[in-house]
Design a protein around this ligand. Structure first.
Ligand SMILES: Cc1cc2nc3c(=O)[nH]c(=O)nc-3n(C[C@H](O)[C@H](O)[C@H](O)COP(=O)(O)O)c2cc1C
Length: 205
């Protein structure tokens, strides 16, 4: 039995390839390992941007919170609770202006929480969400896994860094890329993602 958390974030709705393939992985994992599946759709229900109430509230104990701080910290607590209980996390991200969707950035701003998901020790920062498997699906119009545009991938590399910072270091990446180059390129990107996902699910069984 395994608890799976699916987090999608593309603003492209039903056209989203990252949401489609992240969902395929999450449902595939659930079918193989059993257990509950929690779905967090950050595009349908965007987290707020973080505010002074959140910044102050997250380092104060609950009994000292103002009503505004209670409200602000509630989002972060809900997201972190979902992460803590999950054995497997599947994350879908769409490249928007070379980075991640702002909805997903806002989610990371809530879950990257000192003393809760990471701590500072003598040896520097330490991620606290350990022992979990992550599948990261990143979609992009261009090709960023190699070639001239690779230095401008501020999506996949940044996400890997953010995940690692909170202790999520066991990450399998599926890239759906190059879809801007026409229908054949879309077909090839989809076929590549399907092949990669089949192999990953076979390993998970
Ligand atoms: C507002 C917007 C901005 C985008 N910016 C970029 C970009 O900077 N680089 C790129 O390669 N593709 C860009 N794209 C293309 C998307 O990354 C591509 O359509 C990808 O499949 C989106 O992920 P999704 O299918 O999960 O929605 C952009 C698309 C939109 C709608």
């Amino acid at each position: 039995m395994s608890h799976t958390l699916l987090v999608t974030s593309s603003p492209r709705g039903a056209d989203s390839l990252s949401s489609r393939f992240a969902t395929e992985i999450a449902e595939g994992i659930q079918a193989r390992l059993g257990g509950p599946l929690t779905v967090r759709d950050l595009a349908a229900n965007p987290p707020p941007h973080i505010t002074p109430a959140y910044i102050q509230g997250r380092i104060r104990s609950a009994e000292d919170h103002t009503p505004e701080q209670v409200e602000a910290v509630k989002f972060a607590q809900a997201f972190v609770d979902e992460l803590k209980v999950a054995d497997v996390i599947v994350l879908g991200s769409a490249m928007i202006n070379f980075g991640l969707p702002s909805q997903l950035k806002a989610w990371f701003d809530h879950v990257t929480w000192p003393g809760v998901t990471f701590s500072y020790g003598d040896a520097g920062p330490k991620g606290l969400l350990t022992g979990k498997k992550v599948y990261l699906v990143t979609a992009a119009g261009g090709v960023f896994s190699e070639g001239a545009w690779a230095p401008f991938d501020f999506q996949t590399n940044y996400l890997l860094h953010l995940l690692g910072f909170i202790g999520l270091t066991d990450v399998e990446v599926v890239r759906v890329e190059g879809t801007v180059f026409g229908p054949d390129a879309v077909k090839a990107a989809i076929a590549n993602a399907e092949t990669a996902i089949k192999a990953l699910l076979a390993k998970a069984a």
